[in-house]
Design a protein around this ligand. Structure first.
Ligand SMILES: Nc1ncnc2c1ncn2[C@@H]1O[C@H](COP(=O)(O)OP(=O)(O)O)[C@@H](O)[C@H]1O
Ligand SMILES: [Mg+2]
Length: 249
């Protein structure tokens, strides 16, 4: 099972939208496990599997090393998910109080899983113990960025923080940086130029266009790629998957 973490330490950069789109598009060929690692539970909502009440049956339990009983089926037979909710905050504090090894719990729990070709982990905009765990379990990392959202500030620090964590144990590849929610303004074009100069081939050549349908899809709790097959964001996410799979080979 190939494990990919979608990460950015800032909020609103398209992490969840990208995770959900990747899960849905990849599920057309493979069995995919989606993990919601953000206590806001947006990925869980996108697959209609959010519940605020319990911590059993969520990624909170991954932190305690248990996968069994936490995986939920969705309406799509090729997609299962491990949801998340506010209990993650409490679990993280508890884990920090214990003094046994804490950073490889996801890795251990996920290594026992069979039946999935892919696992996509949607992360929150911070580096808590759950994110450290996700990064250490991951084979690769994708960073979505939104050029309009002060995303370029702190980019360098973020890259080095991520690198430090992945070096603790196993080196995850930075597969790439994906520009999301793109609107063609002079400022955005300048930001893109800077980014491509700075990070070169690490930036995916495809960009995800801003589409109203991406937001509408969240209200209906479905992936945008399912909500609208024709909107710009869906077309771009499809091309992104092609580029992503080409890079893999
Ligand atoms: N391509 C897009 N077009 C329009 N809106 C988008 C697009 N991508 C993301 N959004 C919207 O931007 C907001 C933040 O996206 P989200 O994926 O939730 O970011 P994050 O998970 O990084 O916080 C959401 O309201 C989402 O619907
Ligand atoms: Mg999110």
């Amino acid at each position: 099972m190939k494990i990919t973490s979608i990460v950015n330490l800032k909020g609103g950069t398209g992490k969840t939208t990208t995770s959900v789109a990747m899960i849905e598009l990849l599920s057309r060929k493979e069995r995919v496990l989606g993990i919601d690692n953000d206590k806001q539970g947006n990925l869980s909502q996108a697959f209609k599997r959010y519940t605020p009440e319990r911590m059993i049956g969520s990624s909170v339990m991954l932190l305690t090393g248990k996968t069994r009983g936490n995986i939920l089926h969705t309406e799509n037979p090729y997609i299962d998910i491990i949801p998340c909710n506010i209990y993650m905050e409490k679990a993280e504090k508890e884990v920090l109080l214990g003094n046994v090894a804490q950073h490889d719990r996801y890795q251990k729990a996920l290594s026992e899983l069979v039946g999935y070709e892919r696992c996509i982990i949607d992360n929150p905009p911070d580096i808590g113990m759950n994110v450290v765990n996700a990064l250490i379990a991951s084979d690769e990392i994708i960073i979505p960025i939104n050029l309009d959202n002060y995303s370029l500030d702190g980019m360098v620090e973020m890259m080095s923080q991520i690198q430090n964590i992945t070096e603790i144990n196993r080196k995850a590849n930075l597969t790439g940086i994906l520009i999301t929610d793109f609107e063609k303004t002079e400022a955005a074009l300048q930001a893109e130029e800077w980014l491509r100069k700075e990070y070169g081939k690490r930036i995916f050549s495809i960009k995800i266009r801003h589409s109203r349908q991406a937001k509408d899809a969240t209200l209906c709790q479905v992936p945008v790629t399912q909500y609208s097959s024709r909107c710009g964001a869906t077309q771009d996410y499809k091309k992104f998957i092609e580029e992503y799979l080409r890079r893999e080979r």
